[in-house]
Design a protein around this ligand. Structure first.
Ligand code: ITT
Length: 200
């Protein structure tokens, strides 16, 4: 078996995983490829719990080894919020969600707007094996969105080393430094081991 299901309904994540994992000798399939439209309820209180819920559910639905991530933004001045609730923060999406975050940070100066992106990947194998990998990216929440690349909070996430928001950077650069790239590199080691063991 050389197939791996990239189990996400988020097209931004899907694009990134496809690029980051391209060098693996695996046949990467999507939920759309398999006609799976089921949304898994994210009832966990940690990134790892939610990643495991998604990876296990989609592994069972497809019968294939599945990779899922749970990821999000942690803002220090907001005690780590929105965290695992990043996708539904403020009960809104898109530009309204960026506005909501900016409102929460009103009056907070640049030096106190420290944040990080977190990504926890779960890999679930039909034989019952489950493995985790995590990655982080530090940054600062900007005062206004800039850039059109990426997805989600990227236009507000300023990376000091690059002097750019994630949405201003070329996709290739984001995919070198991101929380998702770091987690995917660690997950690649598990996948290589599974391949060596004949599990993939
Ligand atoms: P799936 O569960 O189908 O994978 P989702 O969008 O619901 O898709 P999550 O529950 O993991 O995924 O929520 C992650 C949210 O965190 C995502 O919707 C964005 O708002 C934010 N996020 C995660 N990674 C990001 C990134 O690289 N850039 C910008 N925002 C990101």
């Amino acid at each position: 078996m050389t197939q791996l299901l990239i189990a996400t309904h988020n097209q931004g994540k899907l694009r990134e995983f496809a690029q980051i994992l391209a060098q693996l000798k695996l046949d990467l399939l999507t939920l759309d490829d398999l006609g799976i439209s089921t949304e898994v309820e994210e009832t966990g209180t940690t990134f790892a719990e939610n990643a495991q819920l998604k990876a296990t559910a989609y592994m069972r639905l497809s019968g294939l080894p599945a990779l899922a991530d749970d990821s999000g933004l942690e803002v220090a001045a907001l005690d780590g919020a929105p965290g695992v609730y990043s996708a539904r923060y403020g009960g809104v999406t898109g530009q309204a969600q960026l506005d909501y975050l900016l409102k929460q940070l009103e009056g907070i100066p640049f030096h106190a707007r420290l944040a990080r992106f977190v990504c926890v990947i779960a890999l679930a194998h039909p034989d019952g094996a489950i493995e985790f990998a995590e990655g982080f990216l530090p940054g600062v929440i900007e005062f206004a969105p800039r850039g059109t690349g990426g997805f989600g909070y990227d236009p507000l996430f300023y990376v000091l080393d690059d002097d750019l928001t994630l949405a201003e950077m070329p996709a290739e650069r984001k995919n070198q430094i991101s929380h998702r790239a770091a987690a995917a590199r660690a997950a690649s080691e598990t996948l290589a081991r599974w391949q060596a063991d004949g599990k993939l």
